[in-house]
Write a protein that binds this ligand. Sequence first.
Ligand SMILES: [Zn+2]
Ligand SMILES: [Zn+2]
Length: 540
Amino acid sequence: MIHLKLTFIGADHEVTGSCHCLEACGKKIIVDCGMEQGSNKYVNQDMPFPAAEADFVLLTHTHIDHIGLVPLLCAHGFRGPIYATVASCRLGDIMLRDCAHIQESETEWKNRKAQRSGQPEVEPLYTMNDVEAAVKQFVPCHYNDAIDLCDGIRIRFRDAGHLLGSASIEVWIDEDGVKRKLVFSGDIGNLNQPLIKDPTYLDEADYVLMESTYGARSHGPAPHYEQELEAIVERTLARGGNVVIPCFAVGRTQEVLYFLRKIKQDTSADVIQKMQVYVDSPLAVQATHIFGEGMEECFDEETLALIAQGVNPITFDGLHTITTSEESQQLNFDPTPKVILSASGMCDAGRIRHHLKHNLWRSESTIVFAGYQAEGTLGRQLQDGVKSVKLFGEEIQVNAEITQISGISGHADHDGLIKWITAFRQKPKEVFVVHGDDEICDVFADELQNKYGIHAFAPFSGACFDLVSGEWLREGVRELVKKGEGAPSAAAAKKSTVFARLLAAGQRLAAIIGRSEGGSNKDLARFADQVSALCDKWDK
Ligand SMILES: [Zn+2]
Ligand SMILES: [Zn+2]
C-alpha cells in the first residue's frame, strides 16, 4: 500500500524547535531537528517513530532552533546520513560543539548547586561525545545538485539566502508511480544581505511547508547601515572610548566585519584608518574562518567581485581575533580606544558581559546593539535605558552611550514571503504555514487562502497529513504550555533522562532484529544467544 505521510513535530504555531517527519517509499526522514528556545508556547509532540528507525535527516540550516537536537537524535540511536549543504556541515560542526559546551557547563553549575542543597544531580541534554558522533554522520552537499537518497526519493538543496549555507529543500517522491513534489522552505532570507545570495525562487511543488516568522511585518526602507556605524565608531574613538558591539557569533559578526572593512576602505578620517577591531568569541573566530574558506557557492556577486580582486570581504588591517580568556581579559587593561565584537548577542551570557562591566560606566564608550533584544535579557534592559546593572555581583553605573544600528534582518518580511510563495508557476495543492508566532501563521495562511487563492493551513504539533489523498489523518495538539512549565526545551529535557536513552537503545535493538530476518541461521542463533545473555544479566 502507498504510504506517504508528513507529520508536524515542531515550530508549528511557534517559531523555534523546527522538526518535521516525512514517510515515503518505506523510508523515514526527519527534516530539521531543532531545539525549542525562549518562551515556549506549545510542547513539541513525539516523532511518529523512534530515532533509531529513522533513515535520513535533512537540515535546512544551522541555527540551533533547526539543528540543536541532532546530537540527541544520534544518542538515541539514529545512525543514518545527515544531509546538509557544505557550509551547513562546517558551521553545524562548530555550532553543535558550542551548544554541547554550554550544556555541559550549565549542568556542572547546576550539579554544584544540587550537591550543596542535597538535590539529585542532573544529566546534560547531550555531551561533546554525542556531537562528535553526530558530525561524523554529516554528508556535505552542493547547492543545486540532485541527490538520490534511495529508490524513489530525490532531493536538492537551493540557496535560501538566510544564513551562510541555508537552504530550501526540494524533495521528489515516486512510490510505485505515485509522484509528489515537496518543498521545505527553511528560513527564507531577506534581500540584499551582505555576503550571501538572495533567496532562490522555486517554481513547482505539490506541497510546500513554509516559514512565516515576519508574515505580519514590513522591514521598511533599507537601513543606512554603513553610515550609521561609521558615525558611531568615529565619534566614540575620537573621544577616547571603546565601541562594544554584542552580536551573534555566526552571521551577525561577519556582517558587522563586512561593514567595518567597507568603512575603512571608504573613509579617510584618521581615527577610522587607525581603527583597531577585536573579535572576542571563540565561536565567532571559528565561524569567521569558515566564511573565508571555499564558500564561493554561497556568496553574492558583489562579494565574488571583491574576492576576484584579491580582497577578503571580512578582513582588514587592524582586525584581531581573540580566543583565550586571558587575552580577552587583557583587552580590558589596554587603554587604546577600540571596537570590540563579542557574544552573546543579547548579553545574557558569554564574554560580552566582561566588556560591558569595563565599559558601561565610561561615558566615552558606546554600546551598539545590532540585532533584536528579547524581553528579559540584559540587552533589552540596556536598550530600555536602565541606570545601573548588576554584573558579576557588582553594581555598574550605565554612563556609556547606548545606541543601535538598524541591522539587516536575516528573514524575509511579509512582502518577501509573499514574493517567494507566489513565484511558484502553479499554485501548490496545499501550503503548510509553520515557523511563525501563534496568530501570525494563522493570519498568513488566511491571507494566502483569501487574497491569493492558495490552499493554506497552519497545523499544530502532532498533526499528520496524507500526501496521497491530500487529507488530514490527525489534528495537532492545541493545548498551550501552562505558565511556569514553559522553560526552554522542557519537553526535550524530559526526553534526555538516562532512562530515555536506555529506552532508545532497546528500540534500536528491536529495529536491528526486525532487519535481521532472512539472515543465516548461524548468525541469527548467535545474535539470539547474545541478546538472551544480556537480558539474563539485567533482568534481576
Ligand atoms: Zn534561522
Ligand atoms: Zn528558524
